[in-house]
Write a protein that binds this ligand. Structure first.
Ligand SMILES: *Cc1c(COP(=O)(O)O)cnc(C)c1O
Length: 459
């Protein structure tokens, strides 16, 4: 039996130099079959894995085997990862997992031709941007809608098509960075619109906007403060008041809501803007992502007044920001789920957000028991997950998971990521934690097997 400290990667021989590994008889055979360059690259990877602690043995024979593995069954670069973090919309993990129905729909569509740009009623050329307009109108309750590649693209397109060369007023508290270097001031510059900041960082009033209006002003841009929260002495106009002020001056009110929220919000997400509500409060155009709280594919939704949406559709930039058929297929199917009574549970983001903590606890208990039976001292622990995706900061999702003690959690974390079934866990002092909330149905078996393989006693 190996002890836990062995598993943590301290023991074992140092890896040989790449040159020496290439002279190993098994590797020489591989080089004859796969070519020297590819074999050398694989050997380099195998040695690097040992140095990084993601591969257990630096022994030459084991390394030669690893080189063969790398050359033959190259693992895919894009792979499934079991999400043990408790963060539901995890940007590093591809945000929303799709509903099974949505994934199947995308796969089916992908395997054949489709009417992506063909109007089946007239036989004439159709517009992919408007393909989902009907269902969006129905589900969100807006008069017009279009879909682009992602949320950032929606904002960029609208600012370019409607505000280029003119002034756009943004509250100082909303000239923010969303992450992944999406910064509101940068997007405005890129669009050719001029950003005029109004108010102060913590307090902005309708009168601040009104005072800053000039003949060159074209719109107010309201941005959801997605990933941070201001508390204390703060003030922000109600959307309806801001819309009224914009319309009195003949200007547009554009709202970047970020996440978008359709179904009844679970406790933690009550703070997110509601799409239909934004429109009825007077926002002329609303932008949001498809793969955050909507729980669908990567996409950017533009919702609101028909004549403005039409201008976006006709703008040449729309061509560069267009969505792909797979995105649209998955988005349409997810919207159908959200529209159905009881369909919410089919959308993984919503099923996870609404998961009953008592069930998460029972599931964690079952995992801990299975692991203890194979000699791993796992224990149930309470955890704090998050909605994620730059939504509802500071609102933790109380949850349950398992804690597995190990001396070097950082090393174990890397090994779990390098395992055949990659697992992303949380590092805690003296151990790792797997939060049960985002481990999908059907992933229990592979999760336990991977934990056993990486942490368990060798059999
Ligand atoms: C996430 C977000 C975006 C960017 O959307 P993507 O779909 O990631 O491009 C823009 N604005 C806000 C407020 C956001 O939260």
């Amino acid at each position: 039996m190996r002890s836990h400290s062995d598993v943590a990667g301290t023991g074992g021989p140092r890896p040989p130099a790449v040159g020496r590994l290439l002279r190993h008889p098994d590797v020489v055979v591989l080089a004859a079959r796969h070519g020297r360059a590819a074999t050398a690259a694989a050997a380099k990877t195998a040695v690097a894995e040992v140095r990084a602690g993601t591969s257990a043995s630096g022994e030459e024979r084991a390394l030669a085997k690893r080189v063969a593995q790398l050359l033959d069954g190259s693992p895919r670069q894009l792979r499934r990862v079991i999400n043990g973090t408790g963060v539901v919309i995890h940007t590093n993990l591809g945000r929303a997992p799709l509903a099974a129905r949505a994934a199947a729909r995308a796969a089916n569509l992908a395997a054949g031709y489709s009417n992506l740009e063909l109007d089946l009623r007239t036989g004439r050329r159709g517009d992919r941007h408007s393909l989902l307009a009907d269902i969006l109108r129905r589900v969100v309750g807006v008069e017009e809608a279009m879909v682009v590649n992602n949320g950032a693209a929606a904002v960029l397109l609208a600012l370019t098509a409607l505000c280029r060369g003119r002034e756009v007023l943004v509250s100082r508290g909303e000239a923010i960075e969303i992450g992944g270097s999406f910064r509101i001031p940068d997007i405005l510059r890129l669009s050719g619109a001029k950003l005029v900041e109004v108010g102060t960082t913590n307090r902005t009033r309708v009168s601040d906007y009104e005072r800053a209006c000039t003949p060159r002003t074209v719109a107010f841009l309201r941005v959801h403060q997605s990933n941070f929260r201001m508390t204390g002495f703060t003030e922000r106009p109600r959307l309806a008041d801001l819309a009224a002020a914009a319309h009195r001056s003949g200007l547009h009110l554009l709202e970047d809501v970020g996440s978008g929220l359709l179904p009844p919000a679970p406790a933690g997400a009550a703070f997110e803007a509601r799409l239909g509500r934004s429109r009825s409060d007077g926002a002329d155009l609303i932008f949001c992502s498809g793969d955050k709280l909507l729980g669908a594919s990567q996409a950017g939704l533009v919702l609101g007044r028909a004549e403005l949406v039409e201008r976006l559709r006709r703008h040449p930039l729309a061509r560069a920001l267009r969505p792909d058929k797979l995105q649209l297929a998955a988005l349409e199917e997810t919207l159908l789920c959200l529209e159905e009574p009881g369909g919410l549970e089919q959308v993984p983001v919503w099923a996870m957000l609404r998961a009953d903590p008592r069930r998460l606890r029972r599931r964690s208990e079952r995992w801990a028991e299975r692991l203890r039976r194979i000699g791993l001292p796992a224990e149930v622990t309470s955890t704090e997950g998050a909605v994620g995706g730059g939504t509802t900061p500071g609102d933790p999702l109380p949850s349950y998971g398992i804690h597995i003690p190990c001396p070097r959690p950082g090393v174990v974390r890397r090994r779990l990521l390098a395992a055949e079934t990659a697992v992303l866990c949380l590092e805690r002092p003296g151990g790792i934690v797997i939060d049960a909330r985002c481990v999908l149905p059907g992933e229990d078996g592979p999760l336990i097997a991977t934990l056993a393989g990486v942490l368990g006693p060798a059999t």
